[in-house]
Design a binder for this molecule. Structure first.
Ligand SMILES: [Zn+2]
Length: 260
């Protein structure tokens, strides 16, 4: 498995300014690719780099029904099904597929019907995509159906801690992951309800088997802070290697490209 960080920004202000892109992450395997959280700009960014595996895209995960996660989902579905003529599997929670409370479904029925397969991601559920196994759990976010998930192939298990308020209850699910991707919108000790701040990360990693944690989904306040200092603050507290993702970064990286 390989990750292409198309975009590493999150939240309303960064979405509006595009100080960091909000295009989500491509998870690439030998046979296929999966788009995770295609926010605004995802389609444009996929087409900006011939190395991105757009012709292998066969599915997408939308973690929840907020604009910076779902905005380009329908365009990506059309890219996969109409343009590339590929099999397409959409994986998303109830809020995205059907709507929940005052949230309307964020992928139209028309586009859901374009997909060959639609899987609802729920708490404690397990699904498969191509050769990958995907397990999900419900997070504590302002979209109450928001899911975090872990993706595994025969060798690796990588966790995606998505938008959420920190809770001890969420941590155990990820303990067997070797790499953690953490959506962390706020800097050290600047918490905001419903989101993760950097000082939550040591608690997430405390009993984790992970060797590496990648911080992404930077919000406005985080990007205004001194990122080197923020990284050093966190690195002092944890044994895992900490990577602050950047737009265009590939993981695992190519050292000659200096990605990390
Ligand atoms: Zn959100």
């Amino acid at each position: 498995m390989k990750l292409h960080f198309l975009g590493t920004g999150g939240g309303r202000y960064v979405t509006a300014s595009q100080k960091r892109k909000t295009a989500g992450i491509l998870l690439e395997t030998k046979e296929s690719a999966l788009h995770i959280d295609p926010g605004p700009g995802a389609l444009v960014n996929i087409n900006s780099n011939p190395d991105y595996p757009r012709e292998n895209l066969k599915g997408l995960i939308v973690s929840h029904s907020h604009l910076d996660h779902y905005n380009d989902a329908e365009t990506i579905i059309e890219l996969i099904t109409e343009s590339e003529n590929n099999f397409c599997q959409l994986m998303a929670p109830e809020s995205v597929l059907k709507g929940f409370s005052d949230i309307e479904s964020s992928v139209s029925r028309y586009h859901q019907n374009m997909c060959n397969n639609t899987e609802m991601l729920e708490n404690g559920e397990e699904t498969t995509f191509q050769q990958l196994e995907i397990k999900s759990q419900q997070m504590f976010h302002t979209d109450p159906k928001c899911v975090g998930f872990k993706v595994s192939d025969e060798e690796k298990k990588w966790g995606f801690w998505t938008d959420t308020q920190y809770s001890d209850e969420l941590v155990e699910f990820y303990e067997d992951c070797s790499v953690m991707v953490i959506y962390c919108s706020r800097p050290w000790k600047k918490p905001v309800k419903g989101h993760t701040s950097l000082d939550d990360v040591p608690k997430i990693l405390e009993n984790s088997k992970a060797s590496t944690a990648i911080i992404t989904h930077f919000g406005h306040k985080f990007l205004e802070s001194d990122l080197q200092k923020q990284k050093a603050l966190l690195q002092e507290q944890v044994s895992q290697k900490i990577i602050f993702a950047e737009d265009g970064m590939i993981f695992p990286g190519n050292r000659s490209l200096g990605n990390f």
